[in-house]
Design a binder for this molecule. Sequence first.
Ligand code: NAP
Length: 286
Amino acid sequence: MDINWNTNLYGLIGNPINKSLSPKIHNFIFNSLDLNNVYLAFDVEKENLQKAIEGFKVIRVKGFNVTIPFKQEIMKYLDEIDSKAKIIGAVNTVKNENGKLVGYNTDGDGFLQVFQEEGIEIPGKNILLIGAGGAAYAIGSTLALNNVATITIANRNQDNALNLKEHLRSISNNMNMETSDLNLFNLNKKEVDMIINTTSIGMYPMENLAPIELNGFTDNIVVYDIIYKPKETKLLERARFHNYKTINGIHMLLNQAILSQKIWNREKCKINSKKMEEIKGFLDFM
Ligand code: NAP
């Protein structure tokens, strides 16, 4: 990488960020597209978020991603928010547009693209959505916008589940919505088409745990865990044991990163299928 006076700075802001794969992914993409850009991770204390954003503006950072715990809080420090990010209620990508910081969200579309790649239809499906945190908001909102039949939100904290239910209700009135705890006692498991885990149960330091038991579901369900490290969580390992179709979080991670790159550099971000295979190969290797 040849860094010079003309190198553009991109980055990630979060706390903690020490497990993030984003710097590796984005720098790999910048290099493979021959762009004079560099991507760094910034671990920012919660009380310094506003100062950090002002600093990014002053030094003309071109764009950055936002991760836990700032995806919602950052919205009040931005100059504009794109309509989809407003619906989701969170921002994961910011672009400096001639001095104005504009917020976007690529998590929902990155998640959705995986179904297109796998040839799986979403409208009319009954979804068991595990979790009610930031990722569940992006994914739940995307599912609501794509006409699923039912979303059952299973979460440890029932207030958080109810808040997410309210949020999704404000997006769509046309679907059934339920909440549950992680024991799923009131759920008719035979009606579930797809299980989506958006909790951090399954990643370090909970890599030996699964958020729910997998007994009682039908044979043709899809189990999608958005965790990307480890690539096969305990939930996916058990799903594979039952011969269920499984999807891990790597491709969502890659898709949302590419969508961020397209927001930052629309004309220059030309990723054909060969380049995509190269990037996927790089990710498989990590
Ligand atoms: P978050 O806002 O902190 O939400 C965490 C969720 O996990 C909440 O539902 C929380 O439940 C639940 N949880 C955490 N610890 C738990 C425990 N010990 N027992 C039961 N429930 C627990 O985090 P997030 O931003 O939504 O991210 C969640 C996961 O998604 C992370 O693993 C992240 O790496 C992954 N992710 C992947 C991608 C991708 O591109 N593949 C993108 C975004 C996020 P409570 O409400 O009860 O606290």
